[in-house]
Structure formats: structure tokens, C-alpha cells
Design a protein around this ligand. Sequence first.
Ligand code: IPE
Ligand code: MG
Length: 243
Amino acid sequence: MENIDMNNLPKHIAIICDGNGRWAKKRLLPRTMGHRKGGFNIRDISRYANKLGIKCVTFFCFSTENWNRPQAEVDYLMTAPLRFIKRFKKSLIEGTTSIKLIGRKDRLSEEFLNTFKELEDATKDHTGCRINICVDYGSYEEITHAVKIIAEDYKNNKISLDDITPQLIENNLYTKDNPPLDLLIRTSGEKRISNFLLWQLGYAELYFTDTLWPDFDNKELDKAIIDYQHRERRFGGLKDENK
Ligand code: IPE
Ligand code: MG
């Protein structure tokens, strides 16, 4: 924390939480134990980000493609968060972060949706860090969903062609209320985006680390933020000295 410039914090960090399975395998544990540790880590990193004063963190937990995994693993990933929320509900409600579930809603169980809905409602007025939990999330689906809403409005003469702007598209994404994405972190050595926040990544800085998600601790987040703070963000413009 000492080396972080508190005046230049990323407002919105997204994290592809990858490497749970490998973390477990290294310890000769079932993959689900990696997911369990990864779940605790989402809590820990959320707390730390909130303490630092980061406004928003978006965690990629389960993609629209992860349904293709073995049924037992899918079952674990769809039920563990419910047990987890039950256990930490009180501290989440008494805390300052707000929680939001992001992604498709039509393939999740009623229990899953209700559990998150309750937590969303109970934390919606919290002014600390917004924590987005992406489950059954995929960017292709998110953008398609936005296009359908816009097409419907066009069809019903609520908007004209000229109203269709990048801002309008953005306003129909699941992340519409969040600050622009500043930093994407992917753990576990993979250097891919994997259909995550394709639109929002437009001018984000990318940070890849070999550290597996369950091992990604506060110091690792410090490192990513410090790396981000050394980047020169020009957004397509020029550095002042070259103007
Ligand atoms: C990330 O860890 C968690 C999910 C995608 C649900 P992985 O399960 O992808 O772990 P590895 O990549 O097999 O190590
Ligand atoms: Mg993986």
C-alpha cells in the first residue's frame, strides 16, 4: 500500500479470476477446493479494494461458456456462492460495499437469483466499492442484449437512427452505472480476454500475472495498481510534451 499513489487510483478494476483448478491440482486437491479458496479471495480482494478507495471491482466468476464443464463442477459453482453469501450476509449488510450480479439471468436457478437479489437490495445504498459478480456473463451476450433493447426502441419509434450512439450502447450494457474501466487484471498466466467486457475494455490498461487467483493477495493487487500507475494513458491523443 505504501507505494501506491492514492491520487491516481484506478476507479474501476476488472479481474478475470483464473487458475483455481491449477491451484487445487498443485495441492492434489479436487478442483472444487480451488474454487472454494477462490471464493474467499473474492471476498478478501473486495475488502482490500474498498479499503483502498477503489470505486468499482468487477469479478469474472462464471462465463456463458463455463456450462460446458463437468456437471459436478458446474453444480459446485452454482451452489457454493449461496452458502458463502449465507455465511457472510451479516457482515456484507453491515459493511460499505454494494454487490451486484451481472450476466444472463434466464439460466440461473431461482434460489441463486433470489439470494443475490436480496443482497443487492440490502447493499444498494452503500457508498463504498461496487462489487460486480459476473455469473453466466459473456460480452457477446451482453452486447446482443443491448442491441435488442435498442432495436425494440427503434421499432416502437422511441428513438431515431441518429440516437444510436456509442453512449446509447453503453447505457444499455450491464455495467451502465459504473465508472469507465481503467484496469483489467488476468491471473494464472493466460493472456486472453475470453469474451469479457469487450466494449468496456476500449481504453483499459491490461495487466497479466502468472499468480493463480487463489494466491492473488493484497500485495499482488498493490503490484497491479502500481504497474497501472506507471502507464501513460493517452486515449488516442499525444503526450503533453509532443503537443
Ligand atoms: C477460474 O479457475 C474459475 C472459473 C472459471 C469458474 P479455473 O477453473 O478456470 O482454473 P484453471 O484455469 O483450470 O486452473
Ligand atoms: Mg481457467
